[in-house]
Ligand binder design. Structure first.
Ligand code: BES
Ligand code: MN
Ligand code: ZN
Length: 491
């Protein structure tokens, strides 16, 4: 989506301006300058300016047909004003994406919206306009997207600059969505690294890639055990952005990147198994967030680490009952090869502690189906050993829309992982499955390093369109990380 700014609206005859003219209006407070047909038409269509409502009309101006839209942003004094403005922008995108119009002239003149508010509209619009139709080669003409351009007219001072920053956030979300939406024959550990490296080229972020030999030397028996049934070699990808004070320890985000999760020898049932192409949603979010952070040159030290493996059955796959030695030295009895995410994360987390002595570690993972049973598709689950970090993440979630809900950890849950033959099992009993998964990861966090785990199993993918996303990959986690970095690590 190309978004440009212009001070004033040219006449209807100017062919460089899209003929679709859109305005953002507040609820129960339609602009006084509407022509009678629009004012009465809106009332007749029960348009009152509720968040995301769209009223469309046609008119003739100077002998040209103009298409017009009013989009509601809800009440001007609402608490969640920015979210409502995003929804208004998103509603415009959803309505006109395949409308035949190639562009929207978005008139924000009049000074009702500030710079940040205009940027919110544009962010919602751009995010909602994303879709992945690279493989849809037989779309009918009237199904193809037509909208590619927005011309913002009469924006207040600073809006364009604010948008430049928000646009980088959108680019991060889009990278994540593309990675998550691609099938597993396209995105596997090596190609994930390749795509992300390409996206980051020229940003100044440093990229470190460990191959299987390097991981073997480091003793990452848990991560490599998951990978050993696959023909695709595992990778550990680190993206370093050290834009903050030299002495400041980095905050490290770690993502589960299982590019396909068959379950391994503990094979998943066939129905819905295709969903497991998005079992790398945590790694995707970390990569997308790092792109945003690097592109906007954040004044913070942030490292993103992606543990990338494919979990397959086969003659070389690990078996239930196998015992692996993790990088930390702790041994794990692999009761269920489908509880693989924690096996990947535990070695990635051991490595980041040794390599970077982080100020804090936050992992994101599509870790448990039980998380979806608990929270559905409305919140990610949050688990942490540190109340301050947890509160900051909850706040970042609320502010960004990538919301989290905190769950408990305790020694009683931890005990459920004890094994009669090794230091621990990789699964607990049936109940509290998301919590025992988090307890497993916590066993690899040393010296009370502030750590948080976000189980985003219910959030990485959406079966239906939402506020600022189409159905499919949501990009959940990118805005959470970005907001956490902005509010806690940058000054
Ligand atoms: N990737 C899955 C979790 C998942 C399931 C995410 C459905 C999104 C949708 C994970 O690797 C897994 O298989 N977890 C098991 C754990 C169990 C074996 C203890 C699960 O949730 O069933
Ligand atoms: Mn699994
Ligand atoms: Zn998995």
């Amino acid at each position: 989506m190309q978004i440009t700014f212009r001070p004033t609206a040219p006449g209807a005859a100017d062919s460089s301006t899209p003929r679709l003219l859109a305005r953002i209006v507040d609820q129960d407070n339609l602009p006084g300058d509407l022509p009678r047909t629009d004012a009465e038409g809106a009332a007749a269509a029960r348009f009152s300016g509720k968040t995301g409502q769209v009223f469309e009309s046609f008119a003739e101006r100077d002998g040209h047909l103009v298409r017009q839209a009013l989009v509601g942003a809800g009440k001007a004094d609402a608490d969640d004003r920015n979210a409502a403005l995003e929804k208004a922008g998103a509603a415009l995108a959803a309505r006109f994406l395949t409308s035949g119009e190639s562009g929207i002239a978005l008139d924000v003149s009049g000074g009702r919206l500030g710079a940040a508010e205009v940027a919110s509209v544009l962010l919602g619009l751009r995010l909602r306009a994303w879709r992945h139709d690279a493989y849809r080669t037989r779309l009918k003409d009237d199904q193809k997207r037509t909208l590619t351009q927005v011309v913002v007219i009469g924006a207040p001072a600073g809006a364009e600059q604010t948008w430049q920053t928000e646009q980088k956030l959108a680019e991060g979300v889009e990278l994540t969505r593309n990675l998550v939406a691609e099938p597993a024959n396209i995105i596997y550990p090596e190609s994930f690294v390749e795509r992300v490296s390409q996206a980051l080229e020229g940003t100044g972020a440093e990229i470190v890639v460990l191959d299987e030999d390097a991981m073997r030397q480091l003793g990452m028996g848990a991560l490599l055990g998951v990978s050993q049934g696959s023909a695709k070699p595992a990778r550990l990808l680190a993206i370093k952005w050290m834009g903050g004070a030299k002495a400041a320890k980095p905050t490290v985000f770690v993502g589960k990147g299982v590019t396909f999760d068959t379950g391994g020898i503990s094979l998943k049932p066939p129905a819905g198994m295709e969903d497991m192409k998005w079992d790398m949603g945590g790694a995707g979010a970390v990569a997308g967030a790092m792109l945003s952070i690097a592109k906007r040159k954040a004044k913070a030290n942030v490292i993103g680490v992606c543990g990338l493996v494919e979990n397959m059955p086969g003659g070389n796959a690990q078996r239930p009952g196998d015992i692996v030695t993790t990088m930390s030295g702790q041994t794990v009895e692999v009761i269920n090869t489908d509880a693989e995410g924690r096996l990947v994360l535990c070695d990635a987390i051991a490595w980041v502690q040794k390599e970077f002595s982080p100020a804090a570690i936050v992992d994101l993972a599509t870790l448990t189906g039980a998380m979806i049973i608990s929270l559905g598709h409305e919140n990610g689950g949050l688990f942490s050993n540190n109340d301050r970090l947890a509160d900051s993440l909850l706040a970042a979630g609320k502010a960004s829309g990538d919301t989290l809900w905190r769950f408990p950890l305790s020694p009683e849950y931890d005990k459920l992982l004890d094994s009669p033959i090794a230091d621990m099992k990789n699964v607990g009993p049936r109940y509290a499955g998301s919590i025992t998964a988090a307890q497993f990861i916590q066993r690899f966090v040393e010296n009370d390093t502030p750590w948080a785990h976000c189980d985003i199993a219910g959030m990485a993918w959406a079966d239906k369109a939402g506020a600022t996303w189409d159905k499919g990959a949501t990009g959940f986690g990118v805005r959470l990380i970005d907001r956490y970095v902005r509010d806690n690590l940058e000054d």
